[in-house]
Design a protein around this ligand. Structure first.
Ligand SMILES: Cc1ncc(COP(=O)(O)O)c(C=O)c1O
Length: 362
């Protein structure tokens, strides 16, 4: 053979970074000869309380209809979201995780030569989505692992198409001041789409209110997920809020049945699960304090955060990651984000947090 698949592949694909997911419990258990029920995963910012009970019950019920295609238009969920956001249903696009809606955005708007702005330690999917469509990532340095919104604004050129910002940011956990986020969105020229990634927004007391800008016709979109506070990461469902025009364009890119029937039913029910939401927020707030106090006692630097995880600096982080895996604790090394010696740990139950801190001390 003289022509390989690699020769034939689209050029951007060859430099495409690879997403490194948190390692699954069963895989780690098999690798280290552990009982899966003894392994805890604090690696992917999942909900340690499990799925929303209302979501789970709806998922069980939906299983009886597995012979049917899902509602391609996600009608009821978009109507429910419309009530929640006080917007018409045609201003939502539901995706296979918020990850997918970000990819739809990239697919719809990015071409080679376009530029996409995000922080140097921003969620890696922004870079993946950018390079996949041949656009150029513009990574703005994050001093002290915090966004520099001013520098992000200054990075805008005529070629900028999208600016991604997550608050709280993953993997650092840092939160930007809501008023500064609004000011940034307001300051952008008309050819730039501002994508505010609110995967962890439910954990905050106060979020940036971009709806006035959205209503006034500014190019802002917001993404949310059911993977975190609602505990439905395994079902893969998230959504984008934007103008009817942008949603219409994304619907042309979207596969007809991109969101499965079980996910749709569970997500809709989970939105009403206020008791679970409250419990999740309480356990998380207490867990953040428990972990932060533990890190202080161990003398580890950490980034103050409000989401359901913390980034912590631990000497020999890679070796610690491996040692903890052998002990049945899965966390996330951040070397891939250029944060050597940093680990990201998800807030667990009180018992899981204690187990993690004890293992880190050893
Ligand atoms: C900042 C941020 N955005 C988006 C996502 C994607 O979430 P999902 O695709 O599960 O909705 C994540 C997942 O970890 C995240 O941390």
């Amino acid at each position: 053979m003289t022509v390989s698949y690699t020769d034939l592949a689209s050029r951007p694909l060859l430099t495409q970074p690879i997403y490194e997911a948190g390692r699954p419990i069963e895989v780690v258990a098999r690798e280290f000869g552990l009982n899966p029920s003894d392994v805890i995963k604090l690696a992917s910012n999942e909900n340690p309380l499990g799925p929303s009970p209302l979501g789970l019950a709806a998922a069980h019920k939906a299983l009886e209809s597995l012979h049917l295609y899902p509602d391609s238009g996600c009608t009821f969920l978009r109507e429910r979201l419309g009530k929640m956001w006080n917007l018409p249903p045609n201003q939502f696009v539901v995706g296979n995780g918020s990850n997918e809606v970000m990819l739809l955005l990239a697919q719809a708007f990015l071409r080679p030569g376009d530029e996409v702005i995000f922080g140097s330690q921003a969620f890696v999917v922004y870079k993946l989505a950018t390079t996949l469509f041949g656009a150029t990532p513009v990574e703005v340095p994050m001093p002290g692992y915090r966004h520099n919104l001013k520098a992000m604004r200054q990075a805008v050129t005529d070629r900028t198409r999208i600016l991604f910002l997550a608050s709280p940011n993953n993997p650092t956990g840092g939160v930007d001041e809501p008023s500064e986020i609004v000011a940034l969105a307001e300051s952008l020229p008309d050819h730039v789409i501002f994508c505010l990634d609110e995967a962890y927004a439910e954990f905050l007391d106060k979020t940036a209110d971009l709806l006035p800008l959205l209503r006034s016709g500014r190019k802002v979109v917001i993404t949310r997920t059911f993977s975190k506070v609602y505990g439905l990461a395994g079902l893969r469902i998230g959504y984008l809020v934007g103008s009817a025009e942008v949603c219409g364009l994304l619907n042309r890119v979207r596969q007809p049945f991109n969101v499965n029937l079980v996910a749709l039913a569970a997500a809709q029910a989970a939105l009403d699960d206020t008791e679970f939401l409250k419990r999740t927020l309480k356990v998380n707030a207490e867990g953040l304090v428990q972990l932060a106090t533990g890190f202080q006692k161990l003398g580890f630097e950490y980034i103050d955060g409000r989401a359901n995880f913390l980034a912590v600096k631990v000497p020999g982080a890679d070796a610690v990651f491996n040692r903890l895996q052998r002990q049945g604790i899965i966390i996330r090394p951040l070397r891939g984000y250029g944060m050597t010696d940093w680990l990201r740990v998800t807030v667990g139950t009180p018992a899981q947090n204690t187990r993690l801190l004890t293992a880190l001390a050893g």
